[in-house]
Design a protein around this ligand. Structure first.
Ligand SMILES: Cc1ncc(C[n+]2csc(CCOP(=O)(O)OP(=O)(O)O)c2C)c(N)n1
Ligand SMILES: [Mg+2]
Length: 512
């Protein structure tokens, strides 16, 4: 067995099932070795940001690590923006980056660069398997690190891939230490305070079990339920308790949190302003609020919530927290964020996976979808746009029996539109709702918010996408995805119904 096979065998034994790849010459031993390790499915991405975003989407859904295979420093650099999102989501991604053979570095060949330095800010762990004999151990270390803290980057020189690896000895990963959650203090704050209190849920505290426990706590103590603005993965609908999402704009977030005496964090960080603005506070939390962390981001928020529910709500009936009326389907009218949200929330099938990178068009959707059938919601965790279509790719590979809906803004889609080709190539059941407002609408809003509404020609030019207009139907068709343009609710309802009931990828271009 050579080093490349040792890497893949170790990864397969650790549960890796897919490799989203864009390889080059320095990764060819790994490309060849994939044929010897059939447990790992190779999926070609035509841009590295597609590979890293797809690995993120796959691992968010599967819960097991996904692999991205990239070519040297430049290939990694192309994939970094979506590794950033995966790092913010703490997704277990194993990024494998080929490097020149060890004795070739001195020649400073054209593709030579400092891969470890490029990888560091977007990785929870960076390591190199310098020799074939180290390949299995380093791979196991990287996967353990990825499971604990998010993306791990393993650099593999070409000679370490092609040399013989010798016997594989992989020490078993140490079992995670049992966590103790400060339940008593949380219970005291929620039951003895006389001002308003809230739980802010994020990370692993957005599973059905966690949400039901949170619902019981809310019922028993009167606290409010809030969720992170951009959760990595959240189960929603079907009568699950529906926390209010912390709004993205700072003034609205301050309005939601402003009166709190107590804020208990479960799997979420203390919220901060997305951006700083002159003369505005940097966080939405009021000075008088006591913030208590029940479970950190790397801990099991669901377990912590169940323990807290036992402490404060032993008798509460979880069923009493459920109940929602179905979303009413609009039948006519112009396309708008509101009408699109209502059509989607009303038509999305049970078990759908909704990948939300719809930016401004998507804001109306989240509250409505609480009343939709049970589904999974995946958000843009790190704010680095160009994640939606790749994330949908990975989610669809992970869950081929579920309908994946890429709810997608136009400007963001242009960063990684090559993902559509992978949707077609792999026959993925992804319906892309492409929201064509033909602008960077959010930035136009930010300009207004900053008091710069009187835009000069430069500001107008740098936020407008209407000249020339992008033809998404042609782009989709050109990559093998059937596309259709939709301009009214009358057209959207049958088009979306058809797209969702037909297997395979579809793109609907929604003209706003
Ligand atoms: C990688 C990256 N580059 C640039 C930005 C800055 N940015 C944030 S939103 C945005 C435009 C979003 O436009 P679009 O996707 O069309 O959504 P809309 O605002 O029109 O709803 C840009 C350029 C970013 N967040 N990430
Ligand atoms: Mg736009």
């Amino acid at each position: 067995m050579n080093g490349a096979t040792a890497l893949l065998r170790t990864a397969a034994d650790a549960g890796v099932r897919v490799c989203f790849a864009n390889p080059g010459t320095t990764e060819l031993p790994l490309v060849v070795a994939l044929d010897d390790v059939p447990e790992i499915r190779p999926v070609l991405g035509l841009f590295e940001g597609v590979c890293t975003g797809a690995a993120d989407g796959f691992a968010r859904m599967a819960g097991t690590p996904a692999m991205a295979l990239l070519h040297l420093g430049p290939g990694l650099a192309n994939g970094l923006a979506n590794l950033h999102n995966a790092r913010r989501a703490r997704t277990p991604v194993l990024t494998v980056v080929g490097d020149h053979a060890t004795d070739h570095h001195v020649h400073d060949a054209p593709l030579e660069s400092d891969i470890a330095t490029l990888a560091a800010p977007m990785s929870s762990w960076v390591g190199t398997a310098s020799r074939a004999a180290e390949m299995a151990v380093r791979t196991a270390e990287a996967i353990t690190a990825a499971r604990q803290g998010g993306p791990a980057t393993l650099i593999v020189p070409a000679d370490a891939q092609w040399d013989a690896a010798g016997p594989m000895e992989v020490p078993a990963a140490p079992p995670p230490a049992p966590a103790a959650y400060p339940v008593a203090e949380a219970a005291r704050l929620l039951t003895t305070g006389d001002g308003p209190a809230a739980l802010l849920l994020g990370g692993g505290a957005l599973t059905p079990t966690a949400l039901r426990a949170a619902g019981r706590i809310a019922l028993a103590t009167g606290c409010r339920l809030l969720s992170e603005t951009f959760p990595a993965r959240m189960e929603r609908g079907g009568g699950l308790p529906a926390p209010e999402r912390l709004p993205y704009p700072l003034p609205q977030a301050r309005a939601v949190l402003g009166d709190l005496e107590t804020l208990v964090l479960v799997g979420a960080r203390a919220p901060v302003a997305f951006f700083a603005y002159p003369d505005q506070p940097r966080t939405p939390i009021a000075d008088h609020t006591t913030v208590h962390t029940l479970a950190g981001q790397s801990q099991d928020g669901a377990v912590a919530l169940e323990q807290l529910a036992e402490a404060v709500a032993a008798g509460a009936d979880p069923r009493a927290t459920t109940g929602s009326s179905p979303v009413e389907l609009p039948t006519s009218g112009p396309l708008s964020p509101e009408s699109i949200a209502a059509v989607l929330a009303a038509l999305q099938p049970e078990g759908a996976i909704v990948v939300d990178e719809a930016v401004t068009t998507g804001r109306a959707y989240f509250p409505l979808a609480a009343a939709a059938p049970p589904h999974t919601y995946l958000a843009l965790t790190g704010g680095s746009i160009g994640q939606g279509l790749p994330c949908a790719t990975g989610a669809a590979v992970a869950d081929p029996d579920r309908a994946v809906i890429a709810f997608q803004a136009d400007g963001s889609a242009m960063y990684t539109l090559q993902a559509l080709w992978t949707h077609a190539r792999e026959g993925l059941d992804v319906t892309t709702l492409l929201c064509a407002n033909r602008s960077y609408r959010i930035l136009q809003g930010e300009l207004a918010h900053a008091g710069l509404a009187e835009r000069g020609p430069a500001a107008a030019a740098l936020t407008d996408l209407s000249s020339p207009t992008v033809d998404w139907v042609l782009l989709a068709e050109g990559m093998g995805v059937p596309g259709r343009r939709v301009t009214t609710v009358e057209e959207l309802v049958p088009a979306l119904t058809e797209a969702l009931s037909t297997p395979g990828p579809r793109l609907l271009e929604l003209i706003l």
